[in-house]
Design a protein around this ligand. Structure first.
Ligand code: SF4
Length: 480
């Protein structure tokens, strides 16, 4: 039997193709990062459940048993986790139902650190089905994570768990009946429904089919320009290729650079600005990069939900004559990596010279957090913060732009565009994978090839900082 579940209703709100493919079970395979998100959600739920010790948890029951047990628990006016309701072709499992005078309160448990607009239709669909099942829903709430909570000893669920009433916002969600019927019709189709690439590809979540749908666009497409309002307008008008942007379209300076470099097929460089940037560097240059992981529920003292925990860094120290020395740190076990990392980093960064990072906000916020949580290191961290120079600056400002960057100024795009060297041959080639592979081989080990992962992590992080050395060399050659 066809069933419209809560997750399919949410898929339908995002895109008909996504809903249809989700129902066909032909979405790309779940990644380690997806598994991590689910695991974080389950971990948080454990602490929510501690706050409701009288709750009946029906989460482990199969479909039929769950629905039957729900009917009984509703009759008995129990507080219920994972109550399942089927009404015709509609089905929901609600995270938490609480009996109150003349009805029930409905709670959605989210492992996010704030209430988001996407939570309202999620609850609205549940309320819609529960009311069809004969329940009176008095109030709706989102239970989420208090991001200010700092672990200090055992986790305190009373401080970790936050709650906000959203009844008004949920009641404002419209077209539940019409949308449910529309989504059921899509699910029942034999062929993929009509769909359009739109802002929904990234909203409320990045669609897992984005690579497939966006991959079919022209190589230099309008979605690469920086003004997203303009690019969606052009796209809606059927203009996909940058070369087809009508003459006279008002473009920002950055977008003008993108369009002109595509037309000419060669990079743009403002030598004056690049020289100015290079002159701001003080040797020896300390090319530096952190790798981090995070968890919803903090696992170490002196850390908060989703706080980035650095477990690795790479540092290439470059002298003015071009000679380099490489230093690195990679945590060994499952204990908090920060104390050992800080001790080594203190030595590695001592002295003078610019600390060159790519996209400084990440390193700056990490170092500030480390100084706050480990005040004994505050003095040298403050001095290091004053030496930071952001190598992304000339690329963010489009003082150099190569059409190969495809509108991006991330180091993953800049490095191959400017040096011809890339991450593609590495086993680990992005920070997300580095984080997950470290976490599941060291912190909560379930991967067996720990030594191989360590070798690949060192290669990956090392390329980030060696890549910065190469980028600066290339910039110097360009302005000679
Ligand atoms: S990438 Fe966009 S168009 Fe493609 S299925 Fe996802 S939301 Fe729909």
């Amino acid at each position: 039997m066809v069933l419209l579940t809560k997750s399919k209703f949410m898929n339908g709100l995002q895109c008909p193709k996504l809903l249809w493919r989700a129902n066909q079970k032909t979405l790309p395979e779940i990644t380690l990062s997806d598994e991590h998100k689910f695991a974080q959600g389950h971990e948080f739920e454990k602490y929510v459940k501690m706050l409701y010790p009288d709750g009946v948890d029906l989460g482990d029951l199969g479909f039929k048993e769950n629905v039957e047990a729900t009917t009984k628990a509703v009759e008995d006016r129990k507080l219920i986790f994972e109550a399942g309701f089927q009404v015709g072709e509609l089905f929901v499992r609600s995270d938490l139902l609480e009996p109150v005078e003349d009805g029930w309160n409905l709670y959605e448990i989210k492992s996010s650190s704030e209430v988001k607009p996407v939570h309202y239709p999620d609850l609205a669909f549940q309320k819609f089905v529960l009311e069809k099942a004969g329940l009176t829903i008095k109030k709706c709430f989102v239970i989420y994570i208090n991001k200010e909570y700092q672990k200090n000893g055992e986790i305190d669920p009373n401080q970790l768990v936050a709650k906000e009433e959203v009844t008004e916002q949920v009641d404002a969600v419209e077209n539940l009946e019409d949308n449910s019927q529309k989504y059921l019709e899509i699910i029942k189709r034999d062929t993929v429904p009509d769909y359009v690439i739109s802002q929904n590809c990234n909203k409320p979540y990045e669609c897992p089919l984005k690579g497939e749908c966006w991959g079919a666009l022209p190589e230099n497409n309008v979605l690469q320009i920086t003004n997203w309002r303009l690019y969606w307008k052009l796209f809606a008008e059927g203009i996909e290729d940058i070369k087809d942007i009508p003459t006279g379209t008002k473009l920002s300076d950055k977008d003008q650079v993108i369009v002109e470099t595509v037309e000419k097929g060669e990079p743009y460089i403002s030598k004056e600005h690049i020289r100015h940037f290079l002159n701001s560097l003080h040797y020896p240059l300390h090319h530096f990069d952190f790798e981090t992981f995070d968890t919803a529920v903090p696992i170490y003292d002196k850390s908060r939900p989703y706080q980035k925990i650095p477990f690795q860094y790479s540092l290439h120290i470059e002298q003015e004559d071009g000679s380099t020395e490489h230093r690195e740190f990679l945590a060994e076990g499952s204990e908090d990596p920060r104390p050992a990392l800080l001790e080594q980093l203190k030595n590695d960064l001592q002295g003078e010279g610019s600390i060159v990072v790519f996209n400084q906000s990440f390193e700056i916020s990490l170092l500030n957090k480390l100084a706050e949580d480990f005040p004994e290191h505050k003095e040298w961290i403050t001095a290091a913060l004053g030496r930071i120079v952001d190598l992304a600056t000339p690329f963010k400002a489009f003082h150099y732009y190569n059409p190969e960057q495809k509108g991006s100024y991330s180091i993953k795009k800049v490095l191959p565009a400017i040096t011809g060297k890339s991450y593609s041959e590495l086993e680990i080639n992005n920070g997300g994978d580095a984080s997950m592979l470290f976490f599941y081989s060291h912190i909560q080990p379930k991967l067996e090839n720990k030594e191989e992962i360590r070798t690949n992590l060192l290669k990956y992080c090392g390329l980030d900082t060696e890549g910065m050395v190469w980028i600066i060399q290339k910039l110097k050659e360009m302005v000679k």
